[in-house]
Design a protein around this ligand. Structure first.
Ligand SMILES: NC(=O)c1ccc[n+]([C@@H]2O[C@H](COP(=O)([O-])OP(=O)(O)OC[C@H]3O[C@@H](n4cnc5c(N)ncnc54)[C@H](OP(=O)(O)O)[C@@H]3O)[C@@H](O)[C@H]2O)c1
Length: 255
């Protein structure tokens, strides 16, 4: 078990798996979270997703088919350790319907790797415009198995005010990734910006007409070009892990 908390607060937690490069990746995120906690920023949002070489985040052959995982078991374990370093884990409504996720920390991570008193991050679902689709929600595993912890965030509210936690790990899908990146670069007032981005790049091309990320409109006024600063990268066997903070073209972090 490895827990370090040397900034005098109950969060962030450093999760260490005892294997490299995972532990360096986890420490790098921890350093960013720690900086944020020290500066008493209200909360810390990490955006994380897996993509193919052609920028696809889903490899299923058709709608309704079982998802084909882009990332390896090892990359998934890293993702679960990253989840464990946050209070909440969020997905968009379509991901709830498509993947029916539980959003728990599994893959052997909770056991000896989490601090005493640690609890599973609460699941967050970002709801679509309009009336709550209660029937679809009721069929989800999140509703059936984690209803008491589930946080439902209406479309137009600031995430921070609804979620009321120090940190959130946002996993997608495509539209949520795109709007979070866009809001981070354009519209800080929305309270939907991210502080760190972690991308797992699988060494394959998905092809076909499936959509790529990000998919936001880049208006001429939206200069400089969005990019990642403080960039680090690691090879996890044959997958590339990128970790950076949203930055301007000059390389300055936007936070
Ligand atoms: N590779 C990965 O790491 C990964 C991770 C997660 C999901 N996925 C894949 O992503 C796909 C689903 O992506 P998707 O683009 O269809 O849907 P999505 O991004 O999961 O969800 C979009 C839905 O969430 C609602 N929403 C609420 N707040 C939003 C916000 N701030 N920004 C954007 N949408 C918001 C939208 O509402 P409105 O309709 O009102 O706009 C829309 O109904 C699935 O195939 C899933 O397997 C991949």
């Amino acid at each position: 078990m490895s827990l370090t908390n040397d900034c005098g607060c109950s969060w962030p937690w450093l999760i260490q798996l005892g294997v490299e490069p995972e532990d360096t990746i986890l420490r790098t995120l921890y350093a960013l979270q720690r900086e944020s906690a020290k500066e008493q920023r209200p909360w810390f949002v990490t955006l994380s997703f897996a993509q193919s070489l052609d920028g696809k985040i889903d490899a299923r052959p058709s709608a309704g088919a079982a998802p084909l995982r882009l990332s390896s078991a090892r990359a998934q374990r890293l993702t679960h350790a990253l989840r464990a370093m946050h209070h909440t884990v969020a997905v968009g409504w379509n991901t709830l319907l498509a993947d029916n996720p539980l959003l728990t920390v599994r893959c052997g991570v909770p056991e000896s790797h989490t601090p005493p008193g640690w609890t599973q991050p609460r699941p967050v679902v970002l709801l679509p415009h309009g009336a709550l689709r209660a029937e679809q929600l009721a069929q989800s595993r999140l509703w059936q198995e984690r209803r008491d912890q589930l946080i439902l965030v209406p479309r137009e509210v600031e995430w921070g005010s609804e979620v009321n936690a120090a940190s959130m790990f946002v996993e997608g899908g495509r539209r949520v990734i795109s709007s979070l990146l866009s809001a981070t670069m354009n519209d800080h007032a929305l309270g939907r910006r991210c502080d760190a981005v972690i991308i797992t790049i699988a060494p394959c091309w998905v092809g076909n007409t499936l959509n790529s990320v990000p998919a936001f409109e880049r208006k001429p006024a939206m200069l400089p070009m969005p990019r990642l600063g403080k960039l680090r990268c690691w090879l996890l066997e044959d997958e590339l892990i990128l970790l950076g903070v949203p930055a301007t073209e000059s390389g300055n972090a936007t936070t």
